[in-house]
Design a protein around this ligand. Structure first.
Ligand code: NAP
Length: 243
């Protein structure tokens, strides 16, 4: 059996580390960017897009893939929608692996928003806004022109900040609650903008925000494709075990 693990998250890395090559041939697929072959847990790794629907179908056939476990980010909707659809067409077992979304706790000051652009409805002009949303979607915050924007990213910036009212901040996760609290206090952050990725490792910023009374614009997850969803590495490994 050959399992294709679509990766690019901490959960995918966790699953990769725990998959046993003696039982299943595993290929770990990464889109590229900051997560490297080290994220593949010693399995075969391929890096880069497949080249659209046709490229993905060709790859599945060429490598004799018998099942696809999709542990990409909950906001990587294009790869998940496409993979779910093509696996259904081909009759290949397919499951998603995603941590449960975060839910607000007592003391949280959250505004749920469906899209990045909606954050501007809640954030007052003059606010200092910490964007923990990555650089790919930065253009969607063009309507926050009256705020100071700080966008954290892992890799050193390869381009200028797209707006005059902001800057990049380079940081390599994981960040502890103390580190996040000190950073938000030092930067005098009024608002944190976050994608609801779920998982404990990156929830530290939410704890820090709660402790400091920082408001949070929480971007809700896109709709899931019609497929089984595994909520932990254990559930995902159980799914693989009965293939
Ligand atoms: P996306 O919009 O759903 O996918 C765009 C294209 O990237 C896909 O059509 C595919 O290209 C390629 N791709 C995505 N994941 C891939 C994988 N694991 N292996 C091979 N090709 C892949 O995805 P995205 O939001 O740009 O995210 C890209 C990657 O970064 C994902 O693997 C995701 O897990 C990770 N990531 C995303 C976020 C986020 O907020 N979106 C956050 C953290 C990590 P082809 O059509 O050419 O096959």
């Amino acid at each position: 059996m050959t399992l294709l693990l679509l990766a690019g998250t901490g959960l995918a890395q966790d699953i990769a580390r725990r998959l046993d090559d003696r039982k299943t041939d595993v290929i770990v697929s990464l889109a590229g960017g900051s997560r490297t072959a080290a994220a593949a847990g010693g399995h075969e790794v391929r890096i880069g897009g497949f080249g659209g629907d046709a490229g993905f179908c060709a790859y599945l056939a060429e490598r004799g893939v018998s099942a696809v476990l999709d542990a990409t980010h909950p906001f990587a909707a294009r790869i998940s929608d496409r993979s779910a659809r093509i696996c259904a067409e081909l009759g290949l077992p397919y499951a998603l692996a995603q941590r449960p979304p975060w839910v607000p706790q007592a003391g949280d000051l959250w505004q749920m928003v469906e899209r990045e652009e909606e954050a501007a409805r809640h954030i007052a002009p003059g606010s200092t806004v910490f964007l923990a949303t990555g650089r790919q979607t930065l253009e969607r915050f063009a309507n926050l022109g009256a705020c100071q924007l700080i966008c954290r990213q892992i890799d050193p910036p390869d381009r200028a900040f797209p707006f005059e009212n902001g800057r990049f901040l380079v940081g390599t996760p994981p960040f502890s609650v103390t580190q996040e609290r000190e950073l938000f206090a030092e930067l005098k952050v009024d608002w944190l903008v976050v994608k609801n990725a779920g998982g404990a490792a990156s929830a530290t910023k939410l704890t820090a925000a709660r402790e400091l009374g920082v408001q949070v614009a929480m971007i809700e997850r896109p709709a899931l494709p019609d497929a089984p969803v595994m909520r932990s590495a254990e559930e995902a490994l159980d799914w693989v075990a009965v293939l």
